[in-house]
Write a protein that binds this ligand. Structure first.
Ligand code: MN
Length: 340
């Protein structure tokens, strides 16, 4: 069967590999139908993702159809359309015992630390599969994964109706978070450097927007928060000055959520955190959020259609990654398909 592997940074190859066989642990064989390309996949390709190891069959937004089931499978049957959990954890370490398998001491993320979904078949435990709502196409279903990341950040932020939220960044990550956040609170400020992204954010439910290149960021945050600063700030831009800006923008007793993967040092000062007694929290991957995202789709509160802008067959993955590098403004989510 065909697979796409990143051999080392900047080297992508289309290869033939053995079709996986199911066993006691990986007891469901999935025939892939759609796999999203995420910013973190682009990072693995370009060698800027600190978590990745090489060579790697990447792809962590994994949608397919159950093709074969092992003898111990309880709930799934051949033909079920599913999305596969990207996180695998040991279940025994300190974070796992605390119910936080997404930061397991032995964390293995599909497509990052172990092989992922850019291949025709993948064998996984039944418990890692989530059945897709009927009304959602396989290509659109890829968006469930980024949605789980968004739900995780809003959960880590303990977002509530009375919060005044700053979303720093209106790109792919920021727009996914906005879609979830607006269901939890209405006072949302979105900051970015691109006017068209800010216009989209406004249309998607942001109450205020700030263009940080044209406007005084802090002055505007204070203006939009009755002079006190936000109660929650989430970094969906993950750039060098993000953290310092968010610490300044957040008011007393607030929460600041980081999501970046950069290892470059960034300057902050303790007084901003201590004096306001801020909670600065990381948000990584997602912790049991697939079921929540799918529930929201069934309830009609989450609509994922329209987010995918382009599809390429797996065999043209190189073209897809090259196209992403052009940063063409028409690009939203790009999905690899398996009908070649
Ligand atoms: Mn992703």
């Amino acid at each position: 069967m065909k697979a796409v592997r990143i051999v080392k940074p900047e080297q992508l190859e289309l290869i033939e590999v053995e079709k996986p066989v199911i066993n006691e642990k990986d007891n469901v064989l999935i025939r892939m139908t759609a796999a999203g390309i995420c910013g973190s996949d682009v990072g693995i390709y370009h060698g800027t993702n600190a978590a990745a190891t090489y060579p790697r069959i990447i792809g962590h937004e994994i949608v397919g159809v159950v093709d074969q089931v092992g003898p111990n499978v309880q709930n799934l049957k051949v033909g079920d359309r599913v999305i596969v959990n990207q996180v695998t954890s040991c279940g025994e370490c300190y974070p796992c015992r605390k119910g936080r398998g997404n930061v397991c001491d032995h964390l293995a993320v599909r497509g990052v630390h172990i092989d992922g979904g850019y291949r025709e078949f993948i064998a996984v435990p039944e418990s890692d599969c989530y059945i897709l709502p009927d009304q959602l196409s396989d290509v659109d279903a890829v968006m469930i994964e980024p949605t789980t990341i968004a739900i995780q950040s809003c959960t880590r932020a303990q977002l509530e109706q009375e919060d005044m939220l700053l979303l720093y960044g209106a790109g792919a990550l920021g727009s996914s978070i906005l879609r979830i956040a607006r269901q939890m609170c209405s006072h949302i400020i979105v900051a970015d450097i691109m006017d068209d992204k800010l216009a989209e954010a406004k249309a998607a439910g942001a109450k205020y927007t700030i263009n940080t290149q044209k406007e005084d960021f802090l002055e505007k945050v204070l203006e939009y928060t009755h002079g006190r600063g936000t109660t929650v700030s989430i970094d969906a831009a993950c750039v060098k000055d993000s953290l310092l800006n968010l610490l300044k923008a957040t008011g007393n007793a607030g929460r600041v959520i980081t999501m970046g993967f950069s290892t470059a040092p960034t300057e902050v000062n303790q007084f901003l955190i201590t004096s306001k007694e801020l909670d600065v929290r990381g948000s990584r991957l997602q912790n049991k959020m697939f079921g929540k995202a799918i529930e929201m789709i069934h309830a009609g509160t989450l609509n994922l259609s329209g987010s995918v802008s382009h599809t390429f067959p797996l065999t043209k993955a190189q073209e897809a990654f090259d196209f992403l590098d052009t940063r063409d403004p028409s690009i939203r989510k790009i999905v690899l398909t398996f009908d070649f």
